[in-house]
Design a binder for this molecule. Structure first.
Ligand SMILES: Cc1cc2nc3c(=O)[nH]c(=O)nc-3n(C[C@H](O)[C@H](O)[C@H](O)COP(=O)(O)OP(=O)(O)OC[C@H]3O[C@@H](n4cnc5c(N)ncnc54)[C@H](O)[C@@H]3O)c2cc1C
Length: 383
């Protein structure tokens, strides 16, 4: 029981868990090896209404609210963090399209997104750096009724699997900083686009890679938000994805704790169950406490978002604390399994998977800067 989830949300969680355990969990390790998302499964998730259920009814979507999205994210991530990127990318990009695309572009893409027929990437990071995100260089120049894009995005999740990407690019001069950045939806089938894939440590089913743009012509009506204001307007979407990431990684931590409690209660050493030794059970008890607290913070943040209340600092808290805590928890669980935990299997895969989120979508240092700015004021905390 917790105050943020009413009966309907609890039922939605149970319904999603049934699907996730039956359909998602069985392929968890195989997808890590084959390094591909299962597009059939994505279609099924769309048919079940599990992809971006918060998107507005005005676009013919479910309008269930952000807490509903969070509940679904947890259950899918419990079964496979990498696969739950389908949910994450759809919720982040769906919100951006719903708020900033013209209806003629938003409507068909949102339909494809929620039905599981399209995967959208978010392309912000460039080779010169990700933390100083506003200082980007990819060019986007207006020529008639088109924009022409030139440059490179790198470390983009689903780079080689996405059907389109929300791309941040420079329409103004470098001196303009964030004010010279615009955002645009770019279908990946356009001429002039090439992509590659990295050999990633974890999150292998979704993967990461670079996207190269060489004179890529995109219709001007694909721009998201106003020209030169894309960074400020569209970046607000990250306030949503960062809390969803918190819930995703904490679900992985909870799954690992659950399995570890069962294991240490069963396995014996020195004539007793491992759980009888406080050196084994107390670290797990401490992590159980912290995971519960961090999860409540994430749910509270979505509750604030659903009510239109400020939640930027809370989101940053979820994003730095959740991935660090989840990594520490899975690490402790792996150690509790002894040598077996180090073999290829769920725990070592989860450790690799959650680590990525200590970097992706903004590092802990950047999140703490956001929290400091919210409390001390922007001028008191320069970058
Ligand atoms: C799993 C994963 C998925 C990703 N997915 C995407 C994606 O889909 N789309 C996308 O655009 N990008 C994505 N990224 C890129 C990610 O957002 C960047 O890697 C991240 O923002 C950090 O940028 P950087 O790697 O260039 O590190 P840098 O910016 O070079 O920073 C290096 C180190 O210095 C620290 N640092 C930098 N500036 C400061 C400062 N002012 N104060 C204190 N410390 C500082 C950082 O915290 C970091 O530890 C992904 C990365 C990973 C690992």
């Amino acid at each position: 029981m917790n105050p943020y989830l009413d009966e309907d949300l609890v039922a939605l969680g149970e319904h999603t868990r049934c699907f996730a355990q039956g359909r998602v969990a069985p392929g968890f390790e195989a997808r890590d090896t084959t390094r591909t998302l299962d597009r059939e499964l994505m279609l099924e998730m769309g048919q079940m209404g599990f992809i971006a259920p918060e998107l507005p009814e005005a676009y013919g979507e479910q309008g269930l609210g952000c807490l509903a999205a969070g509940v679904i994210h947890e259950e899918i991530a419990w079964a496979d963090l990498s696969l739950s990127y389908i949910n994450l990318l759809a919720s982040l990009n769906g919100q951006i399209l719903a708020q900033h695309a013209v209806p003629a572009i938003a409507r068909p893409w949102l339909e494809r997104l929620t039905q599981g027929r399209a995967l959208l990437a978010i392309a912000l990071t460039e080779p010169r750096g990700g933390s100083d995100a506003a200082n980007l260089r990819l060019r986007m120049e207006r020529v008639g009724d088109q924009y022409v894009l030139n440059g490179e995005k790198t470390s983009i999740s689903a780079a080689d699997q996405a059907d389109a990407a929300v791309v941040f690019a420079r329409t103004g001069s470098v001196e303009d900083g964030a004010r010279g950045v615009s955002a645009i939806l770019v279908p990946m089938a356009l001429p002039g686009i090439t992509r590659n894939r990295f050999n990633c440590h974890g999150q292998c089913a979704i993967g990461r890679g670079s996207i190269f743009f060489e004179n890529v012509r995109v219709p001007a009506d694909h721009r998201l938000g106003d020209e030169g204001k894309g960074f400020v307007q569209v970046m607000q979407g990250f306030d949503f994805s960062r809390v969803l990431i918190g819930l995703q990684v904490l679900a992985v931590a909870k799954a690992s704790l659950e399995e570890t409690w069962a294991y240490v209660a069963e396995r014996e050493a020195f004539g007793k169950p491992l759980s009888a030794f406080q050196g084994v059970s107390h670290p797990l008890a401490e992590y159980e406490t912290q995971v519960e607290a961090a999860r409540l913070l994430c749910l509270q943040t979505l509750w604030l978002k659903d009510r239109g209340l400020p939640h930027t600092a809370e989101t940053a808290m979820c994003k730095w604390w959740g991935p660090k805590l989840a990594y520490d928890v899975v690490h402790q669980c792996l150690l509790s399994f002894g040598r077996g935990g180090y073999d290829r299997g769920p725990l070592e895969q989860r450790l690799r998977d959650v680590l990525g989120f200590q970097i992706g979508d903004g590092t802990a240092q950047i999140m703490k800067t956001i929290i400091a700015r919210t409390n001390a004021g922007r001028d008191a905390v320069p970058a």
